[in-house]
Design a protein around this ligand. Structure first.
Ligand SMILES: Cc1cc2nc3c(=O)[nH]c(=O)nc-3n(C[C@H](O)[C@H](O)[C@H](O)COP(=O)(O)OP(=O)(O)OC[C@H]3O[C@@H](n4cnc5c(N)ncnc54)[C@H](O)[C@@H]3O)c2cc1C
Length: 288
């Protein structure tokens, strides 16, 4: 590892001020579970590392007045998995946070790190996008918010500009008529990266089986997590029958743009998108 400058600011403003000084080579660090291995293996060589852990408030999970939930960027996976505020409102998010990586990694790894690392396989992205979460960004020009769906611009790339940090994600109030699930397909149950991940969120008509709205989000099968919008349209406004679910699976597979890599071929990934989309939609229908 090459030497680098290290800062541990105690306010958000100080962190942003330090980061904005540099055009490139400056990396914030939260849990370090993505950043430190990349540094160790020489994949990145930071000139400056800015530790965010001393900034108060960034790890809090706080219900907002409008019923939404603000999850601080520095909240760890363990915190998210065990938080009653997350579990009661967005069970699929708590469940996947509690299954990612391993206990020691989950105790360090943060929500913000998972999203800002922007791996196409990042497990928190599909369920949070399916829930219509927003990214809260703080930088030299103050605070701005972007839909999480628009946060990712490519593998390892986000809309974050010079000096900007992700401070939180805000998840809209839970909808009592909606059900959601995230299915991760990996070679192993634990300590493995998704070959394919599919999140489905469906709002049903009150007391019925008609799907009023649907979000289907695919992970690990494109340069960024993506919404399968044609698949969503195919099930909106009608009962979720077996035929419509099969059609949604087919359309979701068509939306995928997977690559071949060590974890699976593009062909296999596409097939699994259809399978997991069907499985996710059956699952939300049954739990209705
Ligand atoms: C053994 C192991 C197993 C893993 N298993 C999984 C898994 O099952 N699923 C999965 O999705 N991931 C997995 N990961 C990857 C990693 O643990 C997660 O992505 C984790 O959530 C990253 O969080 P972190 O706080 O450690 O990020 P860090 O390493 O601190 O940061 C990651 C990146 O984000 C940037 N960053 C961090 N916080 C911010 C912020 N607030 N604002 C702007 N930029 C920021 C950093 O500069 C860096 O580029 C695994 C990693 C390991 C080592």
């Amino acid at each position: 590892m090459k030497p680098f400058e290290y800062y541990a600011p105690e306010t958000l403003e100080a962190a942003v001020e330090i980061m904005a000084r540099y055009e490139e080579g400056v990396y914030p660090v939260a849990g370090g579970t993505d950043l430190i291995p990349k540094m160790r293996y020489g994949q990145i060589q930071p000139k400056v590392v800015v530790n965010l852990k001393r900034i108060p408030g960034l790890a809090e999970i706080v219900p907002q007045d409008d019923g939404s939930l603000k999850i601080g960027a520095l909240a760890t996976l363990t915190q998210v998995a065990s938080s009653p505020k997350v579990r009661e409102r967005y069970l699929m998010v708590a469940q996947i946070a509690g299954k990612m990586a391993s206990v020691p990694v989950r105790n360090l790894a943060t929500v913000g790190g998972n999203l800002c690392n922007a791996a196409p396989s990042a497990d928190l992205a599909p369920p949070l996008i399916a829930l219509d979460a927003e990214a809260v960004i703080f930088g030299p020009q103050g605070e701005r918010r972007v839909p999480l769906e628009a946060f990712f611009t490519g593998p390892g790339q986000t809309v974050l500009g010079r000096g900007e940090l992700l401070t939180a994600v805000v998840v809209p109030p839970p909808d009592p008529q909606a059900r959601g699930t995230y299915i991760k397909h990996a070679h192993r149950e634990a300590l493995d990266i998704a070959i394919v991940g599919v999140a489905a969120w469906v709002r049903f008509e009150e007391g019925g089986s008609v799907c009023e709205d649907a979000h289907i989000v695919l992970g690990a099968v494109a340069p960024t997590p993506i919404r399968a919008r044609e698949a969503e349209a195919a099930i909106r406004g009608a009962p979720l029958t077996e035929e419509r679910i099969a059609e949604a699976g087919r359309l979701a597979a068509e939306a995928a743009r997977p690559i071949d890599d060590v974890r699976g071929s593009a062909w296999y990934r596409r097939e699994m998108v259809a399978v997991l989309t069907r499985r996710a939609l059956f699952s939300v229908t049954i739990s209705q």
